[in-house]
Design a protein around this ligand. Sequence first.
Ligand SMILES: Nc1ncnc2c1ncn2[C@@H]1O[C@H](COP(=O)(O)OP(=O)(O)OP(=O)(O)O)[C@@H](O)[C@H]1O
Ligand SMILES: [Mg+2]
Length: 282
Amino acid sequence: MTEESPIGPRDHIVVRELVKRFGQTEVLRGISMTVQRGETAVVIGGSGAGKTTLLRILIGLEKPTSGQVFVDGQDIVPLGELQMNQVRKKFGMVFQYSALLDSLTVMDNVAFPLREHTKMKPKQVQEKVILALEMLGLKADDAKKYPSELSGGMRKRVGLARALMLEPQILIYDEPTSGLDPHTSRMVDDLIEETRERFGVTSVVISHDMTSTFRIAHRAVLLVDGQVVASGTPDELADPVLNERSHAFIVASGIAWDRISRPPPADAAGSRSDEVASVRGG
Ligand SMILES: Nc1ncnc2c1ncn2[C@@H]1O[C@H](COP(=O)(O)OP(=O)(O)OP(=O)(O)O)[C@@H](O)[C@H]1O
Ligand SMILES: [Mg+2]
């Protein structure tokens, strides 16, 4: 199943024949997938399927045993640590459970990447943080709060604001809705979609949540035992004739997929609003 077609300008991430072994165990067994610019791709699969391992390879925290990972047409697999640090700047990570530092205020949590990686003046940092918080539906006043004073949904927003600070082109979400109630999950799905539209980012979402997958995914990939057993739109994955295995996986999740709204189509990248330009201008 070698996919040797050339990488087009719209292909943001292209994974080819990715294999990862830990000792004797082959955790990824020849994964190929493409994520286009400006779209949301969701990687679904049961526990132990290899989702987190794939994600760690995408952001360069782990080297594969073999295979290629192209980001903007560049194979990142052979890169050394120094070059990899440059590539990592293209990625923003929204961690499971938000991973905020409890001892720091919202301001200090969100400002952290700017203080660590840029030479921006304190006043500019503050302004940029407040603007991002406001764009994500929080108030300037929330910046003074500590994570323990926030709801789960607010914490997700703060984690997302932090991930956006270095203006990544690609946002990676690790299980963004796990552990959230249905109402908050829906808010997080909307937030992922709004962020994609507003900032023109490409999103890769690792998820167990089939409802969320139908709401946000332009493309979904089902991993089973380290292999892609189906890929396409969620509707294609639900089709019993096209994809027997993913159909069974979706049926087993018990969701009413015909009643879930679908995301609007992903436009070609480069349609960022003026508002975003000002955040980006920093
Ligand atoms: N560093 C490692 N050393 C050895 N085995 C590993 C390592 N990391 C992951 N594995 C194994 O690889 C397999 C896939 O793990 P991975 O964490 O990628 O799954 P996952 O799809 O993210 O699962 P979950 O949904 O439970 O988070 C598991 O069997 C796991 O035990
Ligand atoms: Mg995992």
